[in-house]
Write a new protein. Structure first.
Length: 218
């Protein structure tokens, strides 16, 4: 029996060490990529495609939905209502740190990469890169990538120049870009947009950490 317990303990320790090593590799990869990513983010911000260019109070509205504690966390948030399992930084890490992301063990490296991004990039730089790489669903000319590009493609103007409802629709599709349709009438998109509008106006709140679909704002 003691031998079996010893084998189990050793196996568990091996798994923990492997996980830490995999996460550490993600961190080091992000650090190695940092200079290149900072240059890319700087160009986006200089081109008027950063979070502060979304329009008055609109970054705040977006963060209420996507990552309420973005300005305060170090890449991971396991407690804020509505945050879900993936922060903005982890979402960005998924797109920048992998050729093909696979759920499960990939989450470990994703988290390490996110921590590395937070260690080397500013919040403004992370936000600019995230906005530029977002999957935004189908548009009139095919699949859309990037928040600013989607706004210009669907509504013919930058986010700061479109109506508040149109802006919230762009925010709404991010949770499931293949599910919603910005090109025409979509009852499910309208419902999610209405929930987000109530959240933005502080008329409701997520039920708990996992309430990314905003059941608390029905």
């Amino acid at each position: 029996m003691r031998r079996l317990v010893k084998i189990v303990v050793v196996a568990l320790l091996a798994v923990i060490v492997a996980a830490l090593s995999y996460g550490g590799k993600g961190y080091l990869d992000a650090v190695a990529d940092a200079d290149r990513l900072q240059n890319r983010a700087g160009a986006l911000i200089a081109d008027g495609r950063g979070g502060s260019d979304l329009g008055k109070d609109r970054l705040d509205d977006l963060l209420k939905v996507q990552d309420p504690a973005f300005r305060d966390h170090a890449g991971v948030d396991m407690s804020t209502p509505g945050a879900g399992l993936t922060t903005v930084t982890q979402s960005l890490a998924k797109r920048l740190g992998f050729e093909t992301f696979r759920p499960g063990i990939g989450k470990i490296r994703q988290t390490g990469y996110a921590l590395g991004l937070e260690a080397r990039l500013s919040k403004d730089e992370i936000m600019a890169l995230w906005l530029d790489t977002l999957e935004m669903g189908r548009g009139p000319n095919g699949w859309m990538t990037g928040f600013f590009d989607a706004s210009e493609t669907v509504y013919g103007a930058a986010p700061a120049a479109i109506g508040h409802t149109e802006f919230l629709k762009l925010v709404a599709v991010m949770i499931a870009p293949g599910k919603y349709d910005l090109r025409g009438t979509d009852a499910e998109l309208e419902e999610r947009t209405a929930r987000i509008a109530r959240l933005a106006e502080d008329k409701c709140a997520p039920l708990d950490h996992g309430d990314v679909w905003l059941e608390g704002c029905r």
